[in-house]
Design a protein around this ligand. Sequence first.
Ligand SMILES: Cc1ncc(COP(=O)(O)O)c(C=O)c1O
Length: 425
Amino acid sequence: MDYRIETKCVQGGYHPGNGEPRQIPIVQSTTFKYESSAEMGKLFDLEAEGYFYSRLQNPTCDAVAAKICEMEGGTAAMLTSSGQAANFFAVFNIAGCGDHVVASSTIYGGTFNLFSVTMKKMGVEFTFVSPHCTDEELEAAFRPNTKAVFGETIANPALIVLDIERFAGAAHRHGVPLIIDNTFATPVNCRPFEWGADIVTHSTTKYMDGHGSAVGGCIVDSGKFDWTRQPEKFPGLCTPDESYHGITYTERFGLAGAYITKATAQLMRDFGCTQSPQSAYLLNLGLESLHVRMPRHCENAVKVADFLRKHEKIAWVSCASHPEDEQYALARKYMPNGTCGVVSFGVKGGRAAAETFMGRLKIAAIETHVADARTCCLHPASATHRQMNDAELVAAGVGPDLVRYSCGLESAEDLIADIAQALEF
Ligand SMILES: Cc1ncc(COP(=O)(O)O)c(C=O)c1O
């Protein structure tokens, strides 16, 4: 039975049998015992299912990944040590040296750096396009060696809503998948697979955990993208893997399992960016209340945005859930119940005014964090995006005056009163 998102948040992924623990057990073990080397050999060859070493798979992590998989409506999922690792794996699983990827220019600064600096050193080229680019500009970004398109449902911190259907259409016309980082919306507010995306990633560190407890990431495959239609484009999935005795992932695991099995068997084996079972347990506690928290985060954001829009010291406000926001129609299409709890705005007076304002806030703490039960704020141009030059900052939608204000679960009235007093300078 396909339950609703609320039920999946609470009960998805883990189904204990008679007399088994009601809560997901924390399997705090690096390794697993077997009676014979032959059995162990079968596990190594991916001929049998089972656990052998927690760098690759662990029962606690798998149960939580299975829950997120159900929430997104996918066929397979894996947890990673962070959102950075999830985005790296998601792309590197299908794009290597000599390949090319099209990405939205407004993606999170850490992902932008991963792509434009670190993965560039690995031989993967990226073309960044504005999420507002014309169809012609989007088409022109593709090359014969393009292997994927990447974007964020709601960009961090510019809060630009991606037209997922349009980007999915372009990706599919060029025979490549659309990878969507769904961190800010969460599957409670948007399920990108329903709009044509093929792979979804998350920094579970944000709303999914929701309490600032554990850094983590997740990758989910929709199982819908047919890698075998152009096998020469995706040799890693469609030709034998010599490091696994010549198995071909698409043949052995089908479209439903090939992508995640390859990412686990190769990338997790070689890079080891695993999430700890303790962290996965904490993540699951967050997931159990995600559907209750998200509406409140969104409600607080709209109230805060409404106050800011009317304040004389505020230059501009971005909150796509606000009915007067220019992105409202697009946001309603993909996220009819609200976008997220983050509001971005500019304080008149630029960078200096932004810093003075933030220093005067009493409830919102200045943190390199976002999407948490406790309200926090950040000046991205001095923090998460400080590695960008001015042109890149403009392309990312991150002006020097931008304040990223992440509404927590406190009283909206108290947040507004705090903002009001902080603006009195
Ligand atoms: C949209 C988005 N993706 C990915 C990341 C990276 O996640 P993590 O910090 O868990 O590595 C972040 C972090 O802020 C993010 O906001």
